[in-house]
Design a protein around this ligand. Structure first.
Ligand code: CU
Length: 145
């Protein structure tokens, strides 16, 4: 009975009606001291919420999650390359913890961000994903590199 109650609680926690969709813009602005950035670059959401990354202009940005909660196991989260203004990519986050992401073309410019789903990961609960793993995943995607 306790187990059934727990399952019902889990199901109601994942009810789509409660889930929100957030927007993070991928911005190129040569007038700024830091020309490439995500806006916002820090965001806290709840498990089950989605984030839509929107390309703010005609420039190439992508989103690679290089540090994710261990609870995701071997799942890799990467977007296709966004090249046109308004082009977007969405992902729903169900596993709680800290997520770190960056834009590959502009990684050396510090184009990165942090997403907290529910609560921050405890020390040791983060899995680092190599570029090799992420790029392999991108090639397998339609519209990927
Ligand atoms: Cu970029």
């Amino acid at each position: 009975m306790k187990k059934l109650l727990f399952v019902i609680m889990l199901m109601s926690a994942a009810t789509p009606a409660m889930a929100k969709d957030y927007t993070i813009r991928a911005v190129t602005n040569p007038k700024r001291e830091k020309p490439y950035y995500f806006s916002p670059d820090h965001l806290t959401i709840r498990p089950g919420d989605s984030v839509t990354f929107v390309n703010a202009q005609n420039d190439a940005h992508d989103i690679m999650f290089d540090a994710v909660p261990k609870g995701l196991k071997d799942k890799i989260i990467v977007s296709p390359m966004l090249t046109k203004k308004g082009e977007s990519w969405s992902h729903t986050f169900t596993v709680a913890g800290s997520y770190h992401f960056h834009c590959h073309p502009h990684e050396i410019f510090g184009m990165q961000g942090v997403l907290i789903v529910g609560h921050a990961s405890l020390p040791g609960d983060t899995r680092h994903v190599s570029h090799e793993e992420m790029e392999h995943n991108m090639k397998a995607m339609p519209g990927g590199m």
